[in-house]
Write a protein that binds this ligand. Sequence first.
Ligand SMILES: NC(=O)C1=CN([C@@H]2O[C@H](COP(=O)(O)OP(=O)(O)OC[C@H]3O[C@@H](n4cnc5c(N)ncnc54)[C@H](OP(=O)(O)O)[C@@H]3O)[C@@H](O)[C@H]2O)C=CC1
Ligand SMILES: O=C(O)CCC(=O)C(=O)O
Length: 423
Amino acid sequence: MTDTLNPLESAQLQIKKACEKLNLNPAVYEILKQPQRFIEISIPVKMDDGSLKVFKGYRSAHNHALGPSKGGVRFHQSVNVEEVKALSTWMTLKAGLLAIPYGGGKGGICVDPKKLSDRELESLSRGYVRGLYKYLGERIDIPAPDVNTNGKIMSYFIDEYTKLNGDKEDFGTFTGKPLILGGSLGRSEATGYGVVITTKYASKKIGLDLKNAEIGLQGFGNVGSFTLKYLVEEGAKVKYLSIRDENEECGRSALYSEDGFDYESLQKYRDENKTLVGYPKAKKISDEEFWQTKFDILIPAALENIITEKIAKNLDVKLIAEGANGPTTPEADIILKEKNVEVIPDVLANSGGVLVSYYEWIQNQYGNYWSKEEVQEKQEKDMLKALEGIFEIKEEFNTNIREASYMFAIKRIAEAMELRGWY
Ligand SMILES: NC(=O)C1=CN([C@@H]2O[C@H](COP(=O)(O)OP(=O)(O)OC[C@H]3O[C@@H](n4cnc5c(N)ncnc54)[C@H](OP(=O)(O)O)[C@@H]3O)[C@@H](O)[C@H]2O)C=CC1
Ligand SMILES: O=C(O)CCC(=O)C(=O)O
């Protein structure tokens, strides 16, 4: 069997299985298998050397049964149509399982932003909004950060959007903004914090002691870094970290620290060097050694299709928490199931990001801002509610966490679609 590596097919397969298990009207799957709206744009950018480059941009609004579309914008050289569609599908499920009033959205630009100057990046970001602004809005479609985008990009987005939208300062049209532009405390931390909430919950369910667990993490960006920070706050140690390493043929290597990594020190090194390659307080190990390590918990928090069939066959792990979107291929997922590895799926594990984006959107509507403690307390409460509902379904249907999460989310989305007369 070869890995298909198509994230949209993978999302469709998972939805189909959940719909069948719930014995839903086949119309539910027919509606959910494709986005309701998909837009492709070309963005011309005048480069610093005087030349012109045209970049491809996309925005997918998967399903608006529960409310406006919501989801991040990714700047990466591998962004493509299928990927954006799949990512928007997963967003619909995240909103469904958290019971927040959104549909799924996602966007991206096919670009390696590390190769652009600050001016080129700003021009590209503004071009993205110029191409799409008619389809964005706090009641239509609400973008946020994802891979290689951040509060600075959201600031360009909001500024360009406001200019094109008759100077209406609808700050709720974008989330993940800097605090001064209506961002929420706790949003930067939210996805990693949520990964830790779900990991702690699932570890307890399967009798794993987080404090003594052997933990491997991949990625030290927004999600990976805060996952590490909050794991350490829980008293856990992360000793293995898989990183991007362009000196290696496979593009990756890993770091090993006997005493466990320290968040501040990694962050400082990465800020100064723009990479973790050469981090002095750890031993470099190969990508191969990383995947051959016996882990209790493995947290992929970088990109999709990382855990392939080949990797899954050799993995020795008890629990996987998918911090990234789509890190496990469908074939690998079958193998993990056969090996009784528990997997907290992306739609649950990393749903803390969109949850706190929702809080940001609420705060923008009221112009009234919450403390970080209030945000995190509410995040924990809302995520525990979803976890409890999902684990009830897991037990009732004797299934795994991925399928139970899909079923829990789809039940709510299907009900909304039926009430709206869509089937
Ligand atoms: N940000 C959010 O709120 C949310 C993000 N997600 C998902 O989480 C994942 C990570 O997103 P986010 O943290 O925001 O993105 P970032 O761009 O902040 O970080 C990505 C990280 O992955 C690393 N990386 C890239 N390629 C590889 C590789 N081949 N091997 C190992 N590490 C690699 C990057 O390293 P380097 O810095 O060296 O390039 C970086 O540390 C994505 O799948 C995203 O969709 C899901 C929900 C919400
Ligand atoms: O905060 C958001 O709306 C975006 C979150 C996101 O893109 C994701 O969960 O993948």
